[in-house]
Design a protein around this ligand. Structure first.
Ligand SMILES: CC(C)(COP(=O)(O)OP(=O)(O)OC[C@H]1O[C@@H](n2cnc3c(N)ncnc32)[C@H](O)[C@@H]1OP(=O)(O)O)[C@@H](O)C(=O)NCCC(=O)NCCS
Length: 247
C-alpha cells in the first residue's frame, strides 16, 4: 500500500512523496474546488463490506494494523509496492489517515474461504492483502489510481488479486463515479503488469525516473457492461467495526 504515505509525506519517500508533490503543484482555485467535490465521495466505504467468491473486502481498521505492519517489513513487498518501512505507530497513523481522509478509499482483502469457513475467526487471521483507490488529479475527480497487493505469497496466483481489482473497479464506477483508472507499476513487476493487462488496462506511459509504467482503463459503455458482468456475484453489505462474523 505504497500510497498510504500520501498525507504523511515527511515520513515517506518514493511514490508517497511524489503524490504529495503532484497535489501541491495543482492547487489552483478551480482545482481545489473540484478536488473537494470529488473527494467527498471517497469515504463512502467506511461501513461497507464487499463479498466476492474468493475475497472479502473490508475497510482498513486498527484491528488490521499489526498484521499489515508485519507484511510491510518484507523487503520484497517494499520494493514491489514502492513503500518505505514504517514504525508500528506510524502505521496506525497511516491507517487513521486512510480511514478519515476524503481522497482515498482502501479495503483490506480477506480470504473468503477462511472467513466463511470459520465463524468467529478474527479478520486479522483472514487477511491476505489490500486494494486501494485514490484521487491523483485535482482537476479530474473521475480519475482514480488503483493499487493492489496480495501480501501473502501462498495466496498469489489463485485469482484473488484479479477479483479484488475487479471489485474495486466496480465499486469505483458505481459508488464513486470514477470513469478512468490508472495503475502505476514497477517496470520489472511482470505479474502485476500482466494482471492489469488482462483486466483491459493499456500502457499509456513509461517513466524512466520512477522506472514504472502507467496503465490505464477508460470505462466505456462496453467496459462498464463487462465490469458489471464480472462482478455480478458481489454482494455489498454493511460493515460493523470489528465484525468477524460472516454475514
Ligand atoms: C501482482 C499481484 C497483485 C497479482 O495478484 P494474484 O492474485 O497473484 O494474481 P492472479 O492469480 O489474480 O493472476 C492474474 C493474472 O496475473 C498474471 N500473473 C499472476 N502471477 C503471475 C506470475 N507469477 N507471473 C506472470 N504472470 C502472473 C497472469 O496473467 C494471471 O492470469 P492467469 O492466471 O490467467 O495466467 C500479486 O502477485 C501481488 O500482490 N504481488 C506482490 C505485490 C505487488 O506486486 N503488487 C502490485 C504493485 S503495483
Amino acid at each position: 500500500m505504497r500510497a498510504l504515505g500520501i498525507s504523511l509525506g515527511t515520513w515517506c519517500l518514493g511514490f508517497r512523496n511524489r503524490h504529495s508533490a503532484e497535489r501541491t503543484e495543482r492547487t489552483g482555485k478551480n482545482g481545489v474546488h473540484t478536488w473537494f467535490l470529488g473527494a467527498a465521495t471517497m469515504r463512502l466505504n467506511q461501513n461497507t463490506l464487499l463479498l466476492g467468491k474468493k475475497v472479502v473486502l473490508v475497510p482498513y481498521t486498527s484491528e488490521h494494523v499489526p498484521r499489515y505492519h508485519e507484511w510491510m517489513k518484507s523487503e520484497e513487498l517494499q520494493r514491489l509496492t514502492a513503500s518505505e518501512p514504517l514504525s508500528l505507530e506510524q502505521e496506525y497513523a497511516m491507517q487513521r489517515s486512510w480511514r478519515e481522509d476524503a481522497d482515498k478509499c482502501t479495503f483490506i482483502v480477506l480470504d473468503a474461504e477462511k472467513w466463511q469457513a470459520q465463524p468467529g475467526t478474527t479478520e486479522e487471521s483472514c487477511m491476505v492483502g489490500d486494494v486501494n483507490l485514490f484521487l491523483t488529479d485535482l482537476e479530474d475527480p473521475t480519475l482514480g489510481e488503483i493499487e493492489v497487493m496480495i501480501a501473502e505469497p501462498s495466496f498469489r496466483g489463485k485469482g484473488l488479486g484479479t477479483e479484488a481489482v475487479l471489485m474495486m473497479l466496480s465499486y469505483g464506477v458505481t459508488r464513486l463515479d470514477l470513469t478512468k483508472f490508472e495503475a502505476k507499476i514497477g517496470q520489472g513487476n511482470e505479474p502485476s503488469i500482466r494482471m492489469f493487462q488482462k483486466l483491459h488496462f493499456e500502457q499509456v506511459a513509461v517513466s524512466s525516473v520512477f522506472q514504472e509504467v502507467t496503465l490505464r482503463l477508460t470505462i466505456s459503455e462496453s467496459e462498464h457492461e463487462w465490469l458489471l458482468e464480472q462482478t455480478s456475484h458481489v454482494e455489498e453489505k454493511p460493515y460493523r467495526d470489528g465484525s468477524a462474523e460472516p454475514c
